[in-house]
Write a protein of this length. Structure first.
Length: 738
């Protein structure tokens, strides 16, 4: 019998279309947060920024927060174990890498600094420094600072979009104890080539606004501190690890978690890569996290327990590091490269400074003086005596100077946090072809090339009063995508994918002021992507949709648009019948332009050889199940039966490790599950979901009504119909084997 899928799911999609219209109408085009911190989530690096200069979160080191901390790729529902290192024992983490507090350091010599309050008399000082980030407490900023602001600039918003600005930016400004005022603007994009980059643009100005470190306030006698600053160095100091996930997931002892999860003590699991031109440095894991390396002495969790939630997936497959992009010259001679004047690649513990042991957890040596900060920032060191052996937790310090800053003079530094990863389908499969680490290294290097281009195309431009540092060619807007179950009975599994036509209704200009993209004429097609990549979060929560890898389902050229557009719904629709009952899938639809033509960047650079531009997965659907539709035969059965934990043929796999389905249910029914002794463990009310979609399938996650996982064994289930015209009951058995 031929079943008309399109006809069946039409009503469900129409309900959904109305919901989306309402949600879009309520979404503001620009969102600003007036706080001390803001978080980048538009790209795949989810990062936390503060208005005192710190990037990352001090609490992560001690498991005090589950906030984004350089995690890659970003997805809703990830978690860190919270509440002390011991909470990481016998649990798991999803963070592919960790930013152990990046910060801006500024050092100067032979200057006047404030004396004791309340007079703050100018005091000649040999060395002084401002420092934020990995050294511990922030030094040299006001206790109350100007609010940090996060701004959205999304092309699908259709109103107020400026293609010369990034999709997401965070702005902060703060004064320091050196009389230097810092402004930092960061840039993020969501689409291919640029989504694994955060570009940071720093401008440091000698304003004379001097913060007293004794009173955490601006000194009132500013005029006394108007001075030319000598021997100024500006440094980006970052502690970056990609071992986080593998360390926590592999080890079964507290000491093992301390030893590298967030950098407590050796051994660690990272190598570093340094480009020939000295501008790109990043960490990558010793083996991608397939297993602990030979030099790791700590015992692993029994029975390779990490394979239960993650399978063969590599635990730390990404590379993560820093990229130098631009720095003002120290004198009259222009720079020919963004290479730092001073580069350090230190190990967390074990390095030295001028013959003294150094601990970078809080940046301290036996001396602990401002002069040591100056010596550290001005002393190159790749620690050749320690080697690049994989037993490292790397700190990267990119330093520029010496600068001579007269009153009112500025210095500009631009760098990027940059990530990359080999093909994620291979990551999930456990890298069967041995692509790691070369493929990951290649991915980071390619992303670095894109970041360099973005700076070449942007720096020197002023957009809406903003001196921007980077620009990238914008693809068509990302369609709002959704998916609903479209299955019919138990005969055909299908999921309906719908998306809007925003890519056809949008046009925008480039740096020339002329139209670069006109959706009506320039859009070449849509591509439908599907993912069944669900990620473990905890033993008490269902897996969440990560969507790190995607499969192309359909490529719809412009000539075929009419075959997919539903004029009544006002949306495009596609029925994906290459799915299976019980499985969850997420979707996104991209819009693409095959030949973008000539593009003029924000700073007037004319580019004629752009590759294809395609929107990303930012507006992807919520996951949808293909579940059997309601029936009236009451021929009910459980699947899988028996359920065998970890057996792919007798379970729904890693994405739903405890899922059991009761199929051939009527539209509405009550389901009660009992032990063989007759104890009621779970009651499920089966009916239309929150969207009004009906099905013939109820799902049990093997939990009791109080949320506890049931013990394995034989269970009795009892079904009472609540569907009008169908007054039936049914009793069956299901076996759980673990």
């Amino acid at each position: 019998m031929e079943i008309d899928i399109n006809k069946h799911w039409g009503d469900n999609v129409k309900r959904l279309g109305f919901t989306l219209v309402v949600l879009l109408a309520l979404t503001p085009d620009i969102v600003a947060q007036a706080e001390n911190q803001a978080i980048h989530t538009r790209g795949r690096i989810w990062e936390e920024l503060w208005n005192d200069g710190m990037i990352g979160n001090a609490g992560a080191w001690d498991y005090l927060t589950s906030s984004p901390l350089g995690m890659f790729p970003g997805f809703q529902g990830f978690s860190h174990p919270v509440g002390g290192e011991q909470n990481a024992i016998n649990t798991f983490s999803n963070a592919n890498f960790h930013n152990f507090r990046t910060g801006l350091w500024i050092v100067a010599r032979d200057l006047l600094t404030p004396g004791l309050p309340p007079t703050f008399n100018p005091t000649p000082t040999n060395f002084d420094f401002y420092a934020s980030g990995a050294q511990g407490p922030i030094r040299g900023v006001l206790s109350t600072r100007q609010a940090i602001v996060r701004e959205e600039n999304f092309s699908e918003s259709e109103e107020g979009f400026n293609p010369l600005l990034p999709e997401e930016s965070i702005f902060a400004t703060w004064q320091t104890n050196l009389g230097i005022t810092v402004t930092r603007r960061s840039y993020v994009w969501s689409y291919p080539r640029y989504r694994d980059i955060i570009i940071y643009d720093y401008v440091l100005e000698n304003t004379g606004d001097m913060v007293s470190i004794l009173a955490d306030q601006l000194v009132p006698n500013k005029e006394a501190f108007i001075q030319t600053l000598e021997g100024v160095y500006v440094a980006i100091h970052s502690g970056l690890s990609v071992s986080t996930k593998s360390q926590i997931n592999f080890h079964n002892e507290l000491s093992a978690v301390q030893a590298g999860a967030f950098g407590w003590q050796p051994p660690y699991h990272d190598f570093y890569y340094l480009s020939n031109d000295g501008t790109l440095a990043f960490s990558y894991n010793v083996n991608g996290g397939a297993a602990p390396p030979p030099f790791d002495p700590f015992p692993v969790k029994d029975g390779e327990a990490w394979k239960v939630p993650f399978g063969d997936e590599l635990q730390s497959p990404a590379g993560f590091g820093v990229l130098a992009l631009y720095a003002d010259p120290t004198g009259s001679t222009p720079r020919t490269s963004a290479k730092p004047d001073v580069l350090r690649i230190d190990v967390h513990k074990g390095g030295q400074l001028n013959g003294r042991d150094i601990d970078l957890e809080f940046f301290k040596t036996t001396e602990g003086t401002p002069q040591e900060y100056y010596e550290f920032v001005t002393s190159p060191d790749l620690q050749p005596q320690l080697g690049n052996t994989g037993n490292r937790f790397n700190f990267y310090t990119l330093s520029y100077g010496p600068y001579r800053l007269a009153p009112g003079q500025k210095v500009r530094i631009v760098y990027a946090e940059i990530a990359g990863v080999m093909d994620y389908a291979a990551v999930v499969a456990g890298d069967p072809d041995g692509l790691f680490p070369d493929a990951t290294i290649d991915a980071v290097v390619q992303n670095a090339a894109a970041a360099r281009q973005a700076v070449q195309w942007g720096i020197g431009a002023n957009v809406d009063g903003i001196d921007i540092a980077a620009d990238a060619p914008e693809p068509p807007p990302s369609p709002q995508t959704d998916a609903v179950n479209a299955s019919v009975g138990t005969e055909k599994a299908a999921i309906a994918v719908t998306w809007d036509d925003v890519a056809e209704r949008t046009s925008f200009v480039d740096g020339s002021g002329g139209v670069f993209y006109d959706g009506l004429n320039d859009l070449d097609g849509y591509r439908i992507y599907r993912s069944d990549d669900f990620q473990y979060t905890s033993d008490t929560e269902p897996p969440v949709f990560r969507g790190a890898y995607w499969e192309l389902v359909e490529d719809i050229p412009k000539a075929s648009f009419g075959d997919y557009f539903d004029s009544e719904l006002g949306r495009y629709r596609y029925a994906d019948e290459n799915v299976h009952f019980g499985r969850r899938f997420g979707y996104y639809v991209s819009a693409y332009v095959s030949d973008p033509g000539t593009w003029t960047s924000a700073n007037g650079t004319v580019v004629s050889n752009l590759p294809e531009l395609e929107s990303g997965e930012q507006n992807r659907s919520q996951p949808a199940n293909a579940v059997a539709g309601p029936v009236s035969s009451f021929d009910i059965y459980a699947v899988p039966n028996p359920f065998v934990f970890g057996d792919a043929s007798r379970s729904f796999g890693m994405s739903d490790p405890f899922r059991i389905e009761f199929r051939n249910l009527p539209e509405r029914a009550n389901l009660r599950i009992y032990t063989i002794a007759g104890d009621l463990v779970r009651t499920i009310e089966h009916g239309p979901d929150e969207r009004g979609n009906v099905s013939g399938t109820a799902v049990w996650d093997q939990r009791t009504d109080s949320g506890l996982i049931v013990a394995p064994g034989l269970f009795i289930y009892h079904v009472d119909s609540r569907t009008e015209g169908l007054d039936e009951t049914f009793v069956g058995k299901v076996m759980i084997i673990r």
